[in-house]
Design a protein. Sequence first.
Length: 172
Amino acid sequence: MTPKKDHNDLPYRLGVGVLLLNRDGHVFTARRIDTEPEAWQMPQGGIDKDEDPRAAALRELEEETGITQAEIIDETQDWLAYDLPKDLRKKVWKGRFRGQKQKWYVMRFTGKDEDIDLNHTGHPEFNAWKWIDIEELPRLIVPFKRPLYEALVDRFLPLVRRMQRERSVPGS
């Protein structure tokens, strides 16, 4: 008899996430189509085989939002992880992963709101989007990803606030 595989024995899926900032220092977030109750999140997704994480972040941003006008301005040094809750383990990624380990990139949006197209690929993951203050992020995400989003807020809040102050200086 084969011993039952423990959840903790499963690997993490490698992924990326994008904390996209508009010119006012607000963060892009979108409402997932497939989550009840309602959950909002930032663009994120898996890294393809042999794909550079930076390239994956730009690809995921375009696939999920249609946005191609963005520049990377910062990133996490470490990979941040979350575990899937028990009820999702067999449903997500065919049960092969315990959760996801992600590299996060902060990007400056250089386009216009009209450039955002959630149906860019014809297979949308989101059905609405909005710009929010960075400190709102943790309360909008599904509970199992909340610690990861709190870590992102802790890490990038000083950068966001600095950008907002620079934006509010007359003549900038």
